[in-house]
Design a binder for this molecule. Sequence first.
Ligand SMILES: [Ca+2]
Length: 323
Amino acid sequence: MIYKFISLVTLCAITLLANSAHAGASFDQWVTALKAEALQKGISQETVDSALANVKPIPRVIELDRKQPEGKFTFAQYKKRVISDARIAQGRRLYKKHRADLEIAARKYGVPAQYLVALWGIETSYGNNTGGFNVVTALATLAHDGRRSKFFRTELINALKIIDDGHISAARMKGSWAGAMGQNQFMPSSFHAFAVDGNGDGQRDIWTTLPDVFASTANYLGKSGWKQDQRWGRAVKVPQGVSKSLTGRKQKKTLQQWKNMGITLPGGHPIPVVPGMKAALIAPDGLSGSTFLAYDNFDVIMKWNKSTYFATSVGLLADEIAR
Ligand SMILES: [Ca+2]
């Protein structure tokens, strides 16, 4: 009874403090309540104390959160930045260099290796740009801030759990300003759902162990419904007269129907038709820009990042890497 009473009081305190964050509760008070919540959720005292010792908000994180560059680029501009010749060349080199580890992950989870390399390349430039922020501090900053407190607070508790499980130390847990971690930029919740131990050492290390990075990415896509006998989609040519109203990811038609409308490969050859297989017509810059038929795997990539620009670029880079 007494325990119940105490935990109820603690809970009320947590709720009060969480709700009053944007009303001006001091950051230190907020951290105190967070520590109580973390302990209650089974994270050890040692982890809570060490990971949250001296944690202070990072002003730069708030600044970056306020000015996200959504919708600033056309797809043509975005693609030029994301799929540079240098990135393609490096992707091909790394594909060869890490072929053995990539193939193990590809076979086990049923996702072709070029997609694992493409995601690695686009997320962090093949591990070169994983973000220099301490994930716990960045997430604490955003969870305290108030704009999306609930989401980031959950991610912060998830991050503490990863540290507590011994996969990485708090100091080495680096990521983006928004808490996306390691070489494939998993949020802590994705880490719990999809990160796997590729090299069998007992740790799921998406920061420095490439077999773990590849296996975790492959597991994410595999569990999200990847169809290994299909591509992501392909570039196509759309004839005059096809209505813009037919474009968009939700409007699927069979490949035969698209073919009947005169859609061809970019060079004018007929598109391959698999009976019953459906695709959506994607035109990120309108029908006068680049156009694509997107298959079911396109939707799987969209689960990773809900952006048509992103999914199309992953597909195109994967094709270039495997070419
Ligand atoms: Ca491992």
